[in-house]
Design a binder for this molecule. Structure first.
Ligand SMILES: *[C@@H]1O[C@H](CO)[C@@H](O)[C@H](O)[C@H]1NC(C)=O
Length: 579
């Protein structure tokens, strides 16, 4: 049989494509492993930096090793951070609002043309009727056809996008073993959706993109109070099986409920119904097992002079879209402010150590132009002047975070010397992502309103402004979007407790998948290989029972050629193939 027979070409093609498909598929399905992704690992000695590279990766790998031993040999695994948050930014599920035929209909100009020629429309004479009809003919080709093609492309794109996002969540969740998961707002792509489309996207969110994920139940998402129930404990040996690993802590974004000028009761109600409450807190305790250490903790009767509290991680989920004015609903804005005040009033006094606040919100804090990709921007509605869009919070609203929730101050004579509470702020919105350090210089004489400064995290570390007593500050991490256009990013935030300093510590890493084109390429290639393989096997089986597939294929091709081009002008090369 010739080397150029159809079955041989297929076989040679497969011989080349098969290894490529296997390699790319392995890469796609093992990308966190091959990219050495892992939650930052607490250091072995206090005061050292966390391990983010190879060691963290190897420790994660050990936890996947099926024959892991529990004996204390030299190979014993180092304990991971007790709180490991898989943080995802702005999935922005799109839907029918981006599909032209869904809102325009299929070939709308054909119907219109029909009405013109069937004299169902009114025109002042034949010239106008012909003119309108010809317009429609042009639009059928240059509008309708284009819209149809675009709609088909978009529909395929949306279908793949859901699975692409799902792949990120599922694969990372499997490999990195988070204890908690959050999605930092803009779960869906538009605040203007009607209720049925909103419900469809919520359904895709829960059943396709975050399949296996659960809402945080309303009776667990608590309003801050002096007497509160714990949401759970951290640091258990089997913490990767806790119910919290399945729960998704959703944050509301501007595309979910709107900016201040759009937020209303209906949008809030449907969001809370589908994704969970807008504002709440969760409190997790880290039990101290060493009796000598637990003796040092504050106790009203036995140890009243200690400033050490039982280690606790407080998660504050906050809708910060209506902190700035003017808001359409002042009632909802008041609710947000009341919540923040309650968060402040129920926090431990700043003089005490051991509590840590993780703020999860959507719109980032104020930063001067040039620090992150998004610069300050405010736009207002024409009709009522309410807030239409913002890239960041205003400077006064940001102070509410820094001086209110975290209790920091530029004034050394403030409670706790103005050093405030330990915490970290996580948000989304700016799809590019950003990692910054906000601080106030207590030795600088106060001049004017905004004494807060902000630097990129790395620059702040380099300049030595992080962790200095006279420069109280907080890290703000804006998580880069998980959308394909931003590389399918995910954030890995570790928080652990340093018993020596009696403080919580934080480290952050990222794990991008790459654009959605990789996902498409791999699956199309796999499909080609599977179909090609099946055809090849079928041809071989038919060959065994005496059916010459090559002859049939070549014959059929020649027949088709004649049918289309007529005559017997089969190209000479093809004749050679058969001989
Ligand atoms: C803080 O302010 C003091 C006094 O103005 C100044 O000398 C110092 O350089 C400032 N520190 C930083 C990190 O900006």
């Amino acid at each position: 049989m010739s080397r150029l027979s159809p079955t041989a070409i297929l076989r040679n093609g497969l011989r080349f494509l098969f290894p490529v498909a296997v390699a790319l598929t392995a890469y796609l399905y093992l990308y966190p492993v091959l990219n050495s992704c892992a939650f930052p690992l607490p250091p072995t000695a206090p005061g050292h930096n966390a391990d983010t590279g190879r060691t963290a990766f190897l420790e994660t790998a050990k936890r996947h090793w099926p024959f892991a031993t529990t004996d204390n040999s030299t190979e014993a695994a180092r304990p991971p951070a007790p709180f490991r948050l898989l943080a995802l930014g702005d999935p922005q599920l799109e839907g029918d609002t981006s599909i032209p035929i869904d809102y325009l209909g299929v070939f709308p100009h054909v119907k219109s043309l029909f009405r013109h020629v069937a004299f169902q429309t009114h025109h002042d004479g034949l010239r106008h009727r012909m003119r309108a009809s010809l317009h429609d003919v042009v639009d059928i080709f240059f509008e309708d056809t284009y819209n149809l093609a675009e709609s088909l492309r978009k529909r395929i794109d949306l279908f793949g996008n859901d699975f692409y996002l799902a792949h990120i969540y599922r694969t990372l969740h499997w490999w990195t073993l988070p204890t908690h998961v959050t999605v930092l707002g803009d779960l869906v792509g538009s605040q203007w959706l009607d209720d049925s489309e909103f419900a469809r996207r919520a359904d895709r969110y829960w059943h396709r993109v975050f399949a296996g994920g659960e809402r945080v139940p309303d009776d667990v998402a608590l309003y801050p109070a002096d007497e509160y129930d714990l949401s759970g404990y951290l640091g258990a040996a089997n913490d990767s099986e806790s119910v919290w690993t399945r729960r998704i802590i959703n944050v509301a974004g501007n595309h979910d409920i709107g900016y201040a000028g759009d937020i209303n009761e209906d949008r809030v109600a449907r969001f809370e119904d589908a994704f969970g409450k807008l504002n709440y807190e969760l409190r997790f305790e880290l039990p101290i097992t060493d009796p000598d250490v637990s003796q040092t903790i504050f106790h009203e009767a036995t140890n009243p002079h200690s400033t050490r509290l039982v280690p606790e991680l407080r998660i504050v989920v906050l809708n910060d879209m209506n902190l700035d004015t003017p808001a359409a609903s002042t009632a909802l804005q008041d609710a947000t402010y009341a919540f923040i005040n309650k968060v402040i009033n129920t926090a431990a006094a700043v003089e005490f150590a051991g509590h840590f606040t993780l703020i999860l919100t959507h719109v980032p804090l104020y930063k001067p132009a040039g620090v992150c990709v998004d610069d300050p921007l405010f736009e207002f509605h024409d009709h009522d002047g309410s807030l239409r869009e913002q890239n960041q919070l205003s400077a006064p609203a940001s102070r509410g975070f820094l001086e209110g929730i975290l209790g920091m101050s530029g004034d050394v004579s403030a409670p706790g010397r103005g050093r405030g509470r330990r915490g970290v702020v996580l948000n989304g919105h700016d799809h590019e992502g950003c990692d910054t350090w906000h601080f106030v210089n207590q030795s600088r004489p106060v001049e004017g309103e905004n004494e807060w400064e902000v630097r990129r995290w790395r620059q702040a570390v380099k300049a030595g402004v992080v962790g200095r007593e006279e420069l109280p500050g907080v890290r703000e991490i804006t998580v880069r979007s998980m959308m394909g256009d931003f590389g399918g990013n995910a954030g890995l935030l570790s928080i652990w407790f340093d018993e020596t300093a009696w403080e919580w510590r934080v480290e952050y890493a990222t794990c991008p998948l790459g654009t959605q084109h990789l996902w498409w390429t791999v699956h199309i290639l796999d499909l080609l290989v599977v179909v090609g393989g099946l055809l090849s096997v079928t041809a071989a089986v038919l060959g065994i029972v005496g059916i010459d597939v090559d002859r049939i294929v070549v014959g059929a091709t020649m027949g088709l050629w004649r049918l289309i081009w007529g005559g017997t002008s089969v190209p000479a090369r093809q004749g050679k193939v058969v001989s």
